[in-house]
Design a protein around this ligand. Structure first.
Ligand code: 5GP
Ligand code: ZN
Length: 121
């Protein structure tokens, strides 16, 4: 998919509205449209990167920006001390639906065990 058709590139460009919580020239965070926790934020690099596998490792500054954004967001939203979970779904087994790298920041209640796997499979 080209960046111009990518939904998160379009959100980053301001072409599609979002409930923004944090923005810099390199990263953007906004509320997930279908929250799965009381607080469910999506954090994206503005640069179009399809999956974590494709992250250009030389972009160390961007990786640091994403971590700095996470720290600020969880402080601002009152999650830093009580706890939260960061999730990066990657490709089919993880159910990735939007192929623009994003991490989910979820919190606001006890989140239970990390994974629920059907062990019969
Ligand atoms: P994935 O399954 O790819 O890890 O997660 C994609 C996430 O993007 C889902 O949680 C979904 O609810 C969210 N999402 C998809 N389209 C939009 C949108 O247009 N706006 C917002 N705010 N979230 C979206
Ligand atoms: Zn994109």
């Amino acid at each position: 998919m080209s960046a111009s058709q990518c939904i998160f590139c379009r959100i980053s460009a301001g072409e599609i509205p979002c409930r923004q919580v944090y923005a810099t020239s390199t990263v953007l965070a906004f509320h997930d449209i279908q929250p799965q926790a009381p607080t469910h934020i999506l954090l994206i690099p503005r640069l179009h990167i399809a999956t974590l596998n494709d992250f250009p490792i030389e972009q160390r500054g961007l990786a640091a920006d994403l971590i700095a954004a996470t720290q600020q967001i969880v402080r601002d939203l009152g999650l830093a001390t009580r706890g939260y979970r960061v999730i990066i779904n990657t490709n089919a087994d993880a159910g990735q639906e939007v192929f623009h790298l994003h991490w989910h920041i979820c919190g606001g209640q006890p989140l239970g065990k990390m994974l629920t796997i059907n062990r019969a499979q």
